[in-house]
Design a protein around this ligand. Structure first.
Ligand code: WQD
Length: 332
């Protein structure tokens, strides 16, 4: 019996593999290394001291998926694999639809063929669009403000309609807020291929001198210091949320959605100041214009995940900043 982790070499996937193995689960991993590196697979094994089967394949490859299910007794799936860069999705929307939707369709149809009906899906707070108020709860209106978000919302709808057609499915939709941080060992962290879009990878590039200055996208928002507020969550807390979700998926059927966030909002300048203070490094920045599509504030009410999954985030902003920088220093 094993949990199949698609995209298990990626940032959140690899941290989740570590916590699944630490919890005594057996796993199978599939990843095509589009936005990850083979060294992540070795790091998972080093950190946990446990082995597992790895398949370097694309989740759109139906023959590969069929082989994986034929060769292994897969009881649940955590589906991380997918493109996730908001900016890139605006430039290449069809590539995002083709990959994110087709890979999920191929996965679900293969799961159905092999009688595997327990799925945890990597969704995102982006399905809330630009929320009218905060904190955000799971019953807020859903909308998409970019092609990446459209694929996440479309997959959520597919899952809800799949469950409506067959109540033997047990699907849990996890809506991530802003994952940052890294494993304390320094062996795993956020290591995107290409140019990152997200704040923390860009702070790290600025602090390490690969970028001269960080652009802060606007300081004229209706927030305490004028910069955007987000719910930053340590990637290890996020990973532990998936371990809790797998246990819940085994116990119930349905298709609920849960916010995985801390419930605390921090501004861009809060993050920069905390990072500089904890790590005793400078992050030179300039205030530039707003980035189109940014919400002034978006942070979660995570109480439903606590009630239904028995999960809460425990790691604070200082640890998120310390672990992020530790990974860069350990791998520079
Ligand atoms: C955070 C804040 C920027 C870069 C996105 C996706 C979401 C999830 C997380 C996948 C914003 C500001 C950023 C920079 C800046 N991804 N910023 N200068 O946009 O909240 O969420 O990533 O699931 O789905 O939508 O995260 O890290 O891009 O930005 O000032 O160089 O940092 O304006 O306020 P975001 P982010």
């Amino acid at each position: 019996m094993a949990v199949l982790v698609t995209g298990g070499a990626g940032y959140i996937g690899s941290h989740t593999c570590v916590e699944l193995l630490n919890a005594g689960e057996d796993i199978i991993v599939i990843d095509n290394f589009y936005n990850s590196k083979p060294k992540a697979i070795e790091a998972i094994k080093e950190i946990t001291g446990r082995d597992f089967r790895f398949y370097e394949n694309d989740c759109c490859d139906r023959e590969a998926l069929d082989r994986i299910f034929r060769e292994n007794f897969i009881t649940e799936v955590i589906h991380f694999a997918g493109y996730k860069a908001v900016g890139e999705s605006c430039v290449k929307p069809i590539m995002y639809y083709e990959n994110n939707i087709n890979s999920t369709l191929a996965l679900i149809e293969t799961m159905q063929k092999y009688g595997c009906k327990k799925l945890v899906f990597s969704s995102s707070a982006t399905v809330y669009g630009i929320p009218d108020k905060v904190p955000v709860t799971e019953d807020f209106p859903l909308s998409a403000i970019n092609p990446y978000g459209s694929t996440k919302l479309m997959i959520e709808n597919m899952c809800r309609e799949l469950y409506a057609s067959d109540d033997q499915w047990s699907i849990i939709l996890l809506r991530y807020f802003n994952p940052i941080g890294a494993h304390e060992s320094g062996k795993l962290g956020e290591d995107p291929n290409g140019i990152p879009n997200n704040l923390m990878p860009l702070i790290l590039r600025t602090a390490s001198g690969k970028m001269a200055t960080l652009s802060v996208f606007g300081n004229d928002y209706p927030t305490p210091d004028g910069t955007c507020v987000r719910d930053y969550i340590h990637v290890v807390d996020l990973a532990l949320g998936h371990v809790a979700a797998i246990k819940a998926a085994r116990a119930h059927t349905g298709c609920p959605a849960y916010n995985l966030g801390t419930g605390k909002g921090y501004s861009v300048l809060d993050i920069i100041n905390a990072f500089e203070k904890v790590n005793k490094v400078k992050v030179p920045y300039v205030i530039t214009g707003r980035r189109p599509g940014d919400a002034a504030a978006c942070y979660s009410n995570p109480s439903l995940a606590k009630k239904k999954l028995g999960w809460t985030a425990k790691r604070g902003l200082e640890q998120m900043c310390r672990d992020s920088w530790n990974y860069i220093k350990a791998n520079s």
